[in-house]
Design a protein around this ligand. Sequence first.
Ligand code: NAD
Length: 487
Amino acid sequence: MRRFQQYIDGQFEDAGASFPSIDPATGEPWAMMPEARSGDVERAVEAAHRALHSGPWPTLTPTARGKLLMRLAELTATNAQALAEVETRDTGKIIRETSAQIAYVADYYAYYGGLADKIEGAHLPIDKQDMEVWIRREPVGVVAAIVPWNSQLFLTAVKLGPALAAGCTVVLKASEDGPAPLLEFARLVDEAGFPPGVVNIITGFGDECGAALTRHPKVAHVAFTGGPVTARHIIRNSADNLASTSLELGGKSPFVVFADADLQSAANAQVAGIFAAAGQSCVAGSRLIIEASVKDRFLAILKAKAESVRIGPPLDASTEVGPLCTDRQRRLIESVVEEALAAGAGLVTGGRTPDGPGFYYPPTILDCDGAEVSATSTELFGPVLCVISFDTEEQAIELANSTPFGLAAGIFTQNLTRAHRMIRRITAGVVWVNTYRAVSPIAPFGGYGMSGHGREGGLAAALDYTRTKTVWLRTSDDPIPDPFVMR
Ligand code: NAD
């Protein structure tokens, strides 16, 4: 079995404990992972705190910080395939998705490398004589970055890129499910030449490692991606250190299709929107809201596509849908689908766990019209599409906004004025019109409501890793009058 190590203060080392990581394609352990306990977390945060205040990092110019990020971008691009293979092995996400995604991850580091020396302060036209007043933007401090298992390298880049551009130091916690890609990525951070302690990469379980990290008094900001239940723990823990938080949480995103849409094109987007990454994506378009007059036609197209998807080993380049990451996740999906079918939902396709090894689950479509089922509001994080139909635009909006989540939404229509009305009224942080799942380092991303707060991507994300210092400087050489002498 392969053994991975954690990366603290510029050193690769074993943690206080270790645990096996399971290959989702076989259900068997394939590697041993370092399990950071509270002592490891303590050393990682101390290293990040030292690197923030002493050594080369705090005196590097922003341009020099940017060059380090550019170097990390180059190394990520060069090693994308090797990283993709490790991520696929450890999480079951198929190789064609991991290799394309990681190649693009390099662009995020390049974007934030370019941004590092463009984070400007301000000079204020102050209402007082003989005063210069300006605002400096300084790094917020030590950042605890916590990521879930899906798309870990991507979800890391949207935190590490802006945090390092702003001059912060980071303790990054990989998920206990499939941490290998981040532990492997640590080699590139090391090779890029970041000073020791600037980036520390550990993994461990949420209740010990995650809790110790998020409540540590020297952590100033927690950048979290994961589920809403964990987010609440993090908010409670950050009451100890009063750290600021950015929370990128789950979704139950509506995919709204009007009768006038190009149905073939919308069906391709819907299939990618729910079955890519076997549905284990925060922006999965998991609720199809379809105009009733085209429901049967659209479902026939989707059913044919879902049934022709190639399900197979994730490392095989021809596989289109691989296994789920964990057996735990598959069991949750099985139970919610069974409950939906028992409550009257129609099974359009899928819905049956295949025999054999690995955590596979087939692309599944549930017709939920007329059935009160939790599948339409619970984030399943799997390849399960719930279908609900509408007759009027007003009903479509009501259905789209009917969950507490608000991460993303898709609208498919050829009617421009209707598209604009929908964009205004849908409660989601990202709206895609006649497209789905597009992302870019230049575009902010994040949710409304139970999908969290804070934005990743774009310039504003880098500003979120800074705090302002207001400086007052008196320019007069006249002595300051004695305040107790009356004139
Ligand atoms: P999770 O919330 O169970 O775990 C996420 C991370 O939090 C892991 O590293 C875990 O170890 C850590 N953690 C757990 N308990 C903790 C605690 N008490 N304190 C600190 N850290 C703790 O999520 P998951 O099941 O790994 O991932 C799936 C979830 O992530 C879904 O809800 C999905 O929608 C969400 N997600 C959101 C986005 C987004 O950008 N909005 C992107 C990807 C995934």
